[in-house]
Design a protein around this ligand. Structure first.
Ligand SMILES: NC(=O)c1ccc[n+]([C@@H]2O[C@H](COP(=O)([O-])OP(=O)(O)OC[C@H]3O[C@@H](n4cnc5c(N)ncnc54)[C@H](O)[C@@H]3O)[C@@H](O)[C@H]2O)c1
Length: 263
């Protein structure tokens, strides 16, 4: 599907992987709607991308009402730009490590688990669910009858979650598992679904990692021996938008890294 002339909604698009994709989409002639929490990070990005091409919509993806309001704003914006919604990229995510039960036999707190799942899993599903009617009601522009694409973000933790990653792995494993059934649900509308599962990538999420943990992760890497760059994520996501044969698949983007149990 061509990016030019279409709008793409990116949650968590103010930072990291989502931001790199937003830049790539705009430079390819598309518009972006950034749904995020943080105006201090989002507003300079909108200025950089130019306000006629990008819009920031404050939205907590764990709130169904806030997503509904964001959908209305996107609908209104699209009616002015005439760039139909061609893609949904739920990239908002949080990591909150915690052992299922610690050394003193204290079980992980349910509040933390609910918080993580409400963003990484529920927020992904809810955002996609509520935005899909905007994509499914567009007029296809090619012979395949393609209307759009959903690109979800899992993680290596979906396959090799480390110690302390039970909740995060649950959220990302669920996102990976949703990929094929969602593609099957959406094929009648000409909407594809692809999930990218990155290993460690440079972003705000990994910037807070202690040096010792980062060095330990580097030891587990094959090639290249470094964190991925957000632009490398954006490059694959762009291909996922443009290549109609990519559908119903989870693509690992990890330089052959397989996470060990602990570092
Ligand atoms: N960076 C990595 O190493 C890595 C690896 C695998 C998967 N991921 C996944 O990639 C995605 C993007 O992460 P990133 O590395 O770019 O991190 P990031 O922290 O740079 O960006 C995440 C963005 O999500 C936003 N966000 C958080 N909670 C939100 C909420 N409730 N509603 C709306 N927005 C919210 C944040 O404000 C931030 O802008 C996440 O789903 C993450 O789990 C990242």
């Amino acid at each position: 599907m061509k990016i030019e002339g279409r709008t793409f909604a990116i949650s968590g698009g103010a930072s990291g992987l989502g931001r790199a994709l937003a830049r790539s989409i705009v430079s390819s002639g598309g518009n972006v709607a950034i749904l995020d929490l943080n105006p201090d990070v989002a507003n300079p990005l909108i200025a950089e991308l130019t306000p006629s091409r990008a819009i920031f919509i404050p939205c907590d993806v764990s709130s169904t009402d806030e997503i509904a309001s964001a959908v209305s704003t996107i609908k209104e914006w699209i009616s002015k730009t005439n760039y139909p919604l061609g893609g949904i990229i739920p990239a908002a995510g949080v990591g909150r490590p915690g052992l299922i039960i610690d050394k003193s036999l204290q079980p992980a707190d349910m509040e933390g688990i609910d918080f993580l799942l409400s963003i990484n899993l529920r927020g992904t599903l809810d955002l996609v669910r509520q935005l899909l009617p905007l994509v499914a009601s567009t007029t296809p522009k090619d012979a395949d009858g393609e209307r759009g694409v959903v690109i979800m973000v899992a993680s290596s933790a979906a396959f090799e979650g480390q110690m302390g990653q039970v909740a995060y792995a649950a959220s990302k494993g669920a996102v990976a598992s949703m990929t094929l059934p969602m593609a099957r649900d959406l094929s009648r509308f000409g909407i594809r679904v692809v999930t990218i599962a990155p290993s460690m990538f440079d972003s705000a999420m990994t910037a807070v990692m202690p040096d010792k943990v980062r060095k330990g992760l580097e030891k587990a890497m094959e090639f290249p021996v470094r964190a991925g760059k957000p632009e490398e994520f954006a490059s694959l996501a762009k291909q996922c938008i443009e290549n109609p044969m990519l559908n119903g698949v989870v693509i690992r983007l990890d330089g052959a890294t397989r996470m060990p149990s602990k570092l």
